[in-house]
Design a protein around this ligand. Structure first.
Ligand SMILES: Cc1cc2nc3c(=O)[nH]c(=O)nc-3n(C[C@H](O)[C@H](O)[C@H](O)COP(=O)(O)O)c2cc1C
Length: 386
């Protein structure tokens, strides 16, 4: 396990998690990396660590450059265990290292997780003199935890951005231009949708704070390091954090006996007839994290469920719960579904859409049993008139 020099005397010493497929429920089909960086200066500095089960890999990569016992500072940009998980092991291996963390929340969080270690708290504008370089700290609260911060090295023009601009993507290649750009941008988009969508305002504040920095390397906490496509990822973050939506539709449904499925296909076809691009997701065959990745920049959202035992389908309830938590903005939607007798599910879906902040633009479509050709034609007409 070797370190990768990303700039003179600055090394990537993280870990590649090829097999990670679920990150707190977010499906990570391409695995991930936990990125940590080692700066060799008068004071040897490690920026972030890795998930605890990868501590050996981190130590091996560090050891390919220097003896870990020589580390003077460990900067912990974020308390979450995928970045801080090896701190306790490192504290043993690096006896003279001080652990730099944000005030007050980083300090509070690390103490709660790892007990008393040699912490030193920093706040906005503080600098850490490590010799030829002076590291600056910029708090990025709620991107995506209260403690989150990023570290900037002006002498090298590197922003160590932790979770911001990251992607869950395992690759042997460390840089954006060594990987397929559309794949990285898709994974960055999926990351933003599932982790940061609800913090658009905080992301805009962070982008303003970082806007004045001269950045040649955007050294993320997950996935590739941006060096050739920094303007592209910055533009994406501007657009995503402004909650801009496109003239596109997404239809999500579950169905037991195909009636709701037939309505879903009719709705999708009606959007296409209006030249509004549309995607259709059978919830049983698609993961929530992929569906919200599509929804978050789509203007229209239609959600359908048949009634089962006086309820909406638990799959749709779970999807709507996840969506509500992500607090989507600027979407227009409606509910639909088939039923046998009580038919409560359709109003339940509509209420949950409203609770998720979706503006309802059509009366809900509530059809007993199998929809007739006439009913389907009416649905098409109502969408044509949106
Ligand atoms: C296990 C089960 C429970 C059901 N419970 C209800 C119910 O509580 N209220 C109701 O209106 N219909 C109920 N239905 C009827 C379905 O909602 C109805 O058959 C509907 O047309 C199914 O739509 P689908 O073809 O999209 O699955 C139930 C059906 C099944 C199979």
């Amino acid at each position: 396990m070797k370190a990768v020099e990303i700039k003179k005397n600055i090394y990537w010493v993280g870990a590649i998690d090829w097999s990670m497929r679920s990150f707190h429920g977010y499906q990570t089909g391409r695995g991930t990396t936990y990125n940590a960086y080692l700066i060799i200066d008068d004071k040897i500095t490690l920026i972030d660590t890795v998930k605890d089960s990868f501590a050996e890999e981190l130590l091996a990569r560090i050891s390919s450059v220097i003896d870990p016992a020589k580390i003077d500072y460990i900067i912990s940009n974020h308390v979450e265990p995928d970045h801080s998980g090896s701190l306790a092991i490192l504290a043993q291996q690096c006896p003279k290292a001080k652990i730099i963390t944000s005030l007050p929340n980083g300090l509070k969080g690390l103490k709660a997780r790892y007990g008393e270690l040699p912490y030193e708290g920093v706040k906005a504008g503080d600098q850490l003199d490590i010799g030829k370089r002076k590291l600056q700290f910029v708090p990025t609260p709620m991107l995506h935890w209260p403690d989150s911060m990023v570290t900037y090295c002006p002498e090298e023009k590197i922003l160590f951005s932790n979770d911001a601009f990251g992607q869950h993507l395992a690759s042997s290649q460390r840089f954006d231009d060594e990987n397929d750009l559309s794949t990285i941008l898709f994974e960055a988009r999926k990351y933003y949708a599932n982790i940061l969508m609800l913090y658009g305002r905080q992301a805009q504040t962070a982008l303003q704070a970082l806007g004045g920095l001269d950045i040649e390397l955007l050294a993320t906490g997950h996935g590739v390091i941006w060096r050739s496509h920094i303007p592209e990822i910055m533009a994406c973050y501007q657009k995503w954090s402004a909650c801009e939506v496109e003239e596109r539709a997404v239809v999500v449904f579950d169905s037991m006996w195909h009636a709701t499925e037939t309505i879903a296909h009719t709705i999708a076809e009606a959007f296409q007839q209006r030249n509004i691009p549309c995607s259709l997701y059978d919830i049983k065959k698609n993961h929530l994290s992929d569906i919200v990745t599509d929804i978050f920049t789509a203007k229209y959202l239609a959600v359908g469920s048949p009634t089962i035992n006086n309820q909406m389908m638990p799959t749709i309830a779970s999807f709507l719960c996840y969506l509500k938590g992500l607090a989507p903005k600027n979407h227009l939607g409606f509910a639909f579904g088939s039923y046998g007798w009580g038919g409560q599910s359709i109003a339940q879906v509509e209420n949950e859409l409203k609770a998720a902040g979706i503006e309802i633009i059509l009366p809900n479509i509530r059809i007993a049993n199998t929809p007739t050709a006439e009913q389907l034609a009416k649905i098409t007409e109502s969408i044509t008139n949106i």
